[in-house]
Design a protein around this ligand. Structure first.
Ligand code: THU
Length: 131
């Protein structure tokens, strides 16, 4: 495993502190590692109109792109409980913006899992299908 991934997960844990989750009380933090070495953070941001909630992974990805990043090499997701994988909507957004990235999760047993999007979203729909 890339030694940077432990640090990236630590950054995701710190990002969870900024979770705005008054409805679920389920804080999620994410940290995105860019090809130039910079790290961008995101947390889940909920809304009284529940479906407008933005997950931590999308917050972090949008933060990186909004700051001019073009190439993302890894996305870490941290929850207190562990073993939380990106939701379906986030998988689709990762496919769009960071398809080759490693996905780093803190597992329920304290271990670190490193996955590829192809593990999480096989048979996907992407821009190639629009040609
Ligand atoms: N959530 C995330 O931020 N990322 C995930 O991977 C799973 C779910 C958030 C959305 C919502 O604010 C809360 O967790 C409960 O679903």
């Amino acid at each position: 495993m890339n030694p940077k991934y432990k640090e990236l997960l630590g950054a995701a844990k710190a990002a969870a502190q900024n979770s705005y989750s008054p409805y679920s009380h389920f804080a999620v933090g994410s940290a995105v590692l860019c090809s130039n070495g910079e790290i961008y953070l995101g947390a889940n941001i909920e809304n009284a109109s529940y479906s407008l909630t933005n997950c931590a992974e999308r917050s972090a990805l949008f933060n990186a792109l909004s700051n001019g990043q073009k190439e993302i090499s890894a996305i870490a997701v941290w929850t207190k409980r562990g073993g939380v994988f990106p939701c379906g909507a986030c998988r689709q957004v990762i496919l769009e913006l960071a398809p080759k990235s490693d996905i780093i999760i803190n597992d329920i047993n304290g271990k670190i899992l490193v996955l590829k999007l192809s593990d999480l979203l096989p048979f996907s729909f992407d821009k190639e299908n629009l040609k």
